[in-house]
Write a protein that binds this ligand. Structure first.
Ligand code: C5P
Length: 400
């Protein structure tokens, strides 16, 4: 099962040079498991052929001629009614105007008017066309009626000019569609708090003590929880990663900052997934100025950081149904995980052996053992996103 399996998307492609990017978009959505029915307008078919889309979606792509073919009188109704989402990317000023007015003079606008699926529109046009009062009024009206308008972005335009009018990139449109189509999942309405990444403990204004955590497992957990329909707050230490679309991201640096943010967010959370690699120690004092080599080798005194999980369990609200801790171990994995489950009073420990080359910090795979009162579940080595999906599935069981 992929995240968009059984989701039907009508992808309307209209006449813009950005239509070549729609092929990439159709491919990305298909790779997430969606069934993508592409409908090209006559102008789009001047830029790109139905065959291109059929090749990436594995499904028929439609043009206006199909409206008058064998399936003619019902094709638009079937396409519109069966769709979970009507996505128009790129959306030209002309098609936006038609959609705003409810005109139905081609297969795409006919299909859009049938059914009740939400509309996602990604405008692409020349900057002046976008700025024109007519286009702005059409977009405002469409947004007021509940359409999701993505972009346009500013940058290089086909005219050679720079301005606002570029279609939002396919990856970003895909992420938005992924978010919108997963709101009804098993964790819908649940607030899931995820922590990720390592913390940085300042030595002076430029130096810090940190660890090799990439944040990948925590960010994958945030995505998996979003995919299950949850509202996700991600408290993250510094990482190179982009937060999944739809995340409420709270960036922190030190363990103390993370503690304050987690305690605040936990008041309202239904679950906590504590995947962050929190530094156990910090310099007792951070120097106000950069420490100079001329001053000789500094002695850095360390003090213990607060245990964030312990602080949360101490003030745990009744709403917080599941607290899941993570344990990176280099020996006696199972015994240590079981000890931690009790000592930290959490509902589950996700333990991994960081001495293995395909598990733990920096790599994309992980091999974990899930330890809870219910027992021990050993998972094979798998991608971090796959691990995240299994953990989130287990999380769902805490709500029954
Ligand atoms: O004891 P250990 O650090 O191995 O436990 C790991 C678990 O505890 C992780 O879930 C980690 O996020 C959490 N932790 C914490 N506060 C700390 C250190 C670790 O909440 N100061």
């Amino acid at each position: 099962m992929s995240v968009l399996t059984e989701k039907r998307i009508v992808l309307g492609v209209t006449g813009s040079i950005a239509s070549y990017k729609a092929a990439d978009l159709a491919s990305k959505l298909t790779q997430l498991g969606a069934e993508v029915d592409v409908v090209l307008t006559a102008a789009a078919a001047q830029f790109i052929t139905p065959l291109t889309f059929q090749s990436v979606t594995g499904r028929r792509a439609y043009v206006d001629a199909d409206l008058w073919g064998n399936e003619g009188h019902v094709l638009h109704v079937r396409l519109g009614k069966e769709a979970n989402l009507i996505l128009v990317a790129p959306a030209t000023a002309n098609t936006l105007a038609k959609l705003a007015q409810g005109r139905a003079d081609n297969l795409l606008t006919l299909a859009a008017l049938t059914g009740t699926a939400p509309w996602v529109l990604a405008p692409a046009m020349d900057g002046d066309m976008y700025a024109s009062p007519a286009t702005q009024a059409n977009l405002a009206q469409l947004a007021e009626r509940g359409a999701h308008i993505l972009g346009p972005q500013s940058g290089h335009l086909a005219s050679g000019m720079t301005g606002v009018g570029r279609m939002v990139e396919p990856a970003e449109i895909t992420a938005q569609v992924r978010y919108l189509l997963t709101r009804g999942g098993a964790l819908a309405g649940r607030r899931v708090l995820v922590t990720a990444g390592g913390t940085q403990e300042a030595i002076d204004p430029v130096r810090a003590i940190t660890n090799r955590s990439s944040g990948k497992q925590g960010y994958a957990l945030a995505q998996a929880a979003l995919d299950a329909g949850a509202e996700v707050t991600l408290v993250s230490g510094p990482t190179a990663l982009a937060a999944p679309t739809g995340t409420n991201l709270r960036l922190v640096r030190s363990a103390e900052e993370m503690l304050a943010e987690v305690l605040e967010q936990a008041k309202d959370a239904d679950a906590l997934l504590m995947a962050a690699a929190v530094a156990d120690f910090r310099p007792k004092a951070s120097a106000a100025q950069k420490i100079k080599r001329a001053g000789g080798t500094p002695q850095i005194e360390l003090v213990a950081n607060p245990d964030i999980l312990a602080a949360v369990t101490k003030t745990r609200s009744r709403k917080l149904k599941a607290i899941i801790g993570f344990a990176a171990e280099s020996q006696d994995l199972l015994q240590n995980a079981q000890k931690k489950l009790k000592a930290k009073q959490v509902d589950m420990i996700v333990a991994n052996d960081i001495s293995a080359s395909d598990a733990g910090f920096e790599v994309d795979t992980n091999q974990v053992v899930l330890v809870s009162k219910q027992g021990v579940q050993e998972l094979p080595s798998m991608g971090k996103d796959e691990v995240a999906r299994v953990v989130v599935e287990r999380l769902g069981k805490f709500f029954y």
